[in-house]
Ligand binder design. Structure first.
Ligand code: CA
Length: 248
């Protein structure tokens, strides 16, 4: 399989001469961890306790937003106002507690192979998550040894605007001291894809949940893979073709 036509049209659209894959900017929930089902169930439980009607699926579409932004969206829909900072704290805390009570979260199948390929190829990694959920962030060192040094992480605490705003990915580029044309971004959700695309990155979407392919396309994904295992398998070829494809 060749990615060359995809790379060439990306370069033309962005007016880049090449994409140097020096750094991979990597989302966490739904990308490294198969955690989205638990997040959606924890949100649903918390919101339903407030007497608010909500579906399990809607939280997959909110994926990538900060907890505060998700709470605000629901408050605006139901009460016509944003939540106060006290409400943000209380309800996010409650959701985080319910999340920790869910069955254990597994590493996404294929994610460790994907990270190993990046590390062997000398591609540096930055974590870019909207989550402030320490229960998963604290597992990174055990599940992905050496992959994400503490200073190479952007979490909800490091940004004022979460995904879909480009700030999280722009912040990650700053931390790694690279330009947008020197990165690839790896995401599983439309809002995260939009954030990475608007920050100028070659954006890889991997469908790992119920979000259809078309939503990734609409969000502007550069290339879309049907599973993390499929992406991990094709990543060496993609890296090679990124390194060897240039336009004038
Ligand atoms: Ca995600």
């Amino acid at each position: 399989m060749t990615f060359v036509p995809i790379i060439e049209s990306f370069l033309k659209a962005r007016h880049y001469k090449a994409v140097q894959p020096l750094v991979a900017l990597i989302d966490m929930d739904g990308t490294l961890y198969d955690s989205m089902g638990n997040h959606a169930r924890a949100w649903q439980r918390m919101v339903q306790e407030l007497g608010i009607d909500c579906s399990y699926e809607e939280f997959f579409m909110h994926e990538g937003r900060t907890g505060a932004a998700t709470i605000d969206l629901i408050f605006e829909r139901v009460y016509g106002r944003k939540a106060t900072s006290q409400e943000h704290e209380e309800y996010y805390q409650r959701k985080a507690t319910y999340f920790t009570q869910m069955p254990p979260v597994e590493v996404m199948p294929g994610a460790q192979a994907m990270i190993s390929t990046l590390m062997e190829a000398g591609v540096r990694r930055v974590l870019v998550t909207g989550s402030g959920q320490s229960s998963l962030i604290n597992r990174l060192d055990a599940d992905f040894p050496g992959a994400f040094p503490a200073e190479m992480r952007v979490t909800s605490r490091d940004v004022t605007k979460g995904k879909p705003h480009p700030e999280p990915y722009m912040r990650a580029m700053q931390i790694a001291r690279v330009r947008p044309s020197q990165c690839i971004a790896i995401e599983n959700a439309p809002l995260g894809v939009k954030s990475a695309v608007d920050a100028g990155a070659f954006t890889i979407a991997v469908t790992t949940g119920p979000i259809p392919y078309e939503e990734m396309e609409k969000a502007g994904a550069t290339v879309i893979f049907p599973s993390m295992e499929d992406f991990a398998q094709k990543l060496p070829m993609l890296l090679f073709q990124l390194l060897t494809t240039t336009i004038e």
